[in-house]
Write a protein of this length. Structure first.
Length: 125
């Protein structure tokens, strides 16, 4: 049996339709809310059909210097063609942090498995 980490794939989201994109400011003020958007298909659209779709994306934040990340949000995309309804795998959340760190998005494709994307955020001086 493989460790989970060995099953997570990464790639440049500008060249791979499965890689999650995390959009957040480069620098934020400690304790002040800001928007984080995360999803699949910014440059190359993911099919999102009944046969091939993103089932969920989980967003984590790993504070600088901490060993473990913390879950920020988990979004399940449930409409995969039922009654001609499809889900575009994108979400937005408002977040407050007290330290610099890295947002990590983990997405699951029903055919191609787990994919990871990251975005570092600094604190404003």
């Amino acid at each position: 049996m493989s460790a989970l980490a060995s099953l997570i794939q990464t790639a440049d989201w500008k060249k791979e339709k499965h890689s999650p994109v995390v959009e957040a400011p480069e620098a934020v003020k400690a304790g002040e809310a800001f928007k984080v958007a995360f999803g699949i298909g910014k440059e190359i659209a993911h099919p999102n059909t009944a046969e091939h779709h993103i089932t969920y994306i989980t967003l984590f934040f790993q504070p600088e210097g901490n060993k473990f990340p913390y879950q920020v949000a988990h979004v399940e995309f449930s409409a995969h063609g039922e009654v001609e309804t499809f889900t575009d795998p994108w979400a937005k959340v408002m977040v407050k942090v007290n330290s610099a760190g890295t947002f990590i998005a983990l997405a699951h494709c029903n055919i191609h498995g787990l994919w990871e994307g990251t975005k570092e955020v600094k604190l404003e001086a």
